[in-house]
Design a protein around this ligand. Structure first.
Ligand SMILES: O=C(O)CCC(=O)C(=O)O
Length: 301
C-alpha cells in the first residue's frame, strides 16, 4: 500500500496529465467545442443550459473506476479532499455521498478540468472571459436509498468570493432521470436575487421559507434528464435541487465550479479546508485556483 504522505498532490499540475483528453492546438480545432448562439441565448433567458456532450463511453468508464476507489476513506490521497461526506443526508434512511477535491487525487478527475468541451463552454457562458477553477464536487446517490439535494442557489454558499461571476457544470456518470434523482432547475430564477442558503442535503420543502409569494407562483421546476456523459451548466443564482433515488440504479455525477478570472477573495478566513487563506480583495489564483482557459490565446495562461 502507498503511504498517504507519498500520494502526489495533483493540484501542483496545471495541464492535462493523462491521455483522456487532447488539448486542441489551433483555433480551427477549438471550433467543434463552441456553443451555438441559440444555446448561449437559452442560458441567458433561463439560467441554465442542458445536453452539452462532455464525455465519451471510455472516459466515463475511467472516471467511474476512479470514483469507486475515491469513495473509499482509505484511499491514499484521501487527505487531499477539501470535504468528504460518506453520507451528507440529514435523513438517516437516505445516503448522499458528497466530496470536494477529487481533482487533487486522481488523474481523470484532475483532467476533466482541462476537458476542451468544458473550458470552451464555460468561457462562452461567462461572457467570453478567461476561466479560473474554483472547486469540484462529487454527488453520488446509491440505488434504493439515494438522498435529496435541497433547492438552493450555488452562490448562497460562495459569497466568500466576489464579484459573482461564477458558473457550475454538472456531468452525469450514469443516465439520470426523474426516477433516479436527476437535477431539476427553476427556469428564470437566476433573476430572483440572492436567497438564504438551506442545509444542502436537507429538506425539499425548506425552500418555501425563502420565497416571496410572486416567486412561489413562478416556481416551476423542470427535470433535467440526461444521458451519461452529458452536462448541464447553470448560473450561480439558478435554483436547483434533486429528489431521492429509489431505483435499482445509482446516480453518480461530478460538478465543476468555475469563475471568471479576476474574481477576488471576500474573506480573510480560509476559503476551502486545507487551502491557505487568500486575503480579502486579493485575486483568486495560485496552485488551488488554476487558470483553465484564456479565449484570447486558447491557452491556460
Ligand atoms: O447532483 C445533484 O443532485 C446536485 C448538484 C448541485 O447541487 C450542483 O450541481 O450545484
Amino acid at each position: 500500500m502507498i503511504h498517504p504522505a507519498t500520494a502526489q498532490d495533483l493540484a501542483d499540475i496545471h495541464h492535462l496529465i493523462s491521455d483522456l483528453f487532447r488539448w486542441p492546438q489551433t483555433a480551427e480545432e477549438w471550433e467543434p467545442y463552441k456553443l451555438t448562439e441559440e444555446q448561449l441565448q437559452f442560458f441567458q433567458e433561463n439560467g441554465y443550459l442542458a445536453n452539452v456532450k462532455m464525455l465519451d463511453e471510455d472516459q466515463i468508464e475511467v472516471l467511474k473506476n476512479e470514483l469507486s476507489s475515491l469513495m473509499e476513506p482509505e484511499h491514499p490521497g484521501h487527505h487531499y479532499f477539501y470535504e468528504f461526506h460518506s453520507n451528507e443526508s440529514s435523513d438517516p434512511n437516505q445516503v448522499l455521498f458528497h466530496a470536494l477535491g477529487a481533482w487533487r487525487i486522481s488523474p481523470g478527475f484532475h483532467d476533466v478540468l482541462w476537458n476542451p468541451a468544458f473550458v470552451m463552454a464555460a468561457s462562452q457562458l461567462l461572457g467570453n472571459r478567461a476561466v479560473r477553477f474554483w472547486h469540484d464536487q462529487l454527488f453520488c446517490k446509491p440505488a434504493q436509498h439515494g438522498g435529496v439535494v435541497a433547492w438552493h442557489q450555488d452562490y448562497s454558499y460562495w459569497t466568500r468570493t466576489t464579484p459573482m461571476a461564477h458558473l457550475t457544470c454538472w456531468t452525469g456518470l450514469d443516465d439520470a432521470d426523474q426516477q433516479n434523482g436527476c437535477l431539476y432547475y427553476v427556469p428564470g430564477s437566476h433573476r430572483w436575487g440572492l436567497l438564504d442558503k438551506p442545509e444542502l442535503a436537507g429538506d425539499m420543502n425548506g425552500i418555501n421559507r425563502y420565497l416571496t409569494e410572486t416567486q412561489k407562483a413562478q416556481f416551476k421546476p423542470v427535470p433535467i434528464e440526461l444521458k451519461k456523459g452529458y452536462s448541464a451548466f447553470h448560473h450561480p443564482l439558478t435554483l436547483h435541487g434533486s429528489y431521492e433515488n429509489r431505483t435499482s440504479r445509482p446516480r453518480r455525477a461530478f460538478v465543476l465550479n468555475a469563475f471568471a478570472d479576476g474574481v477576488q477573495s471576500n474573506s480573510n478566513d480560509i476559503l476551502l479546508e486545507g487551502v491557505p487563506a487568500i486575503p480579502k480583495d486579493h485575486p483568486m489564483e495560485g496552485k488551488f485556483f488554476p487558470l483553465l482557459f484564456n479565449p484570447q490565446t486558447y491557452q491556460t495562461t
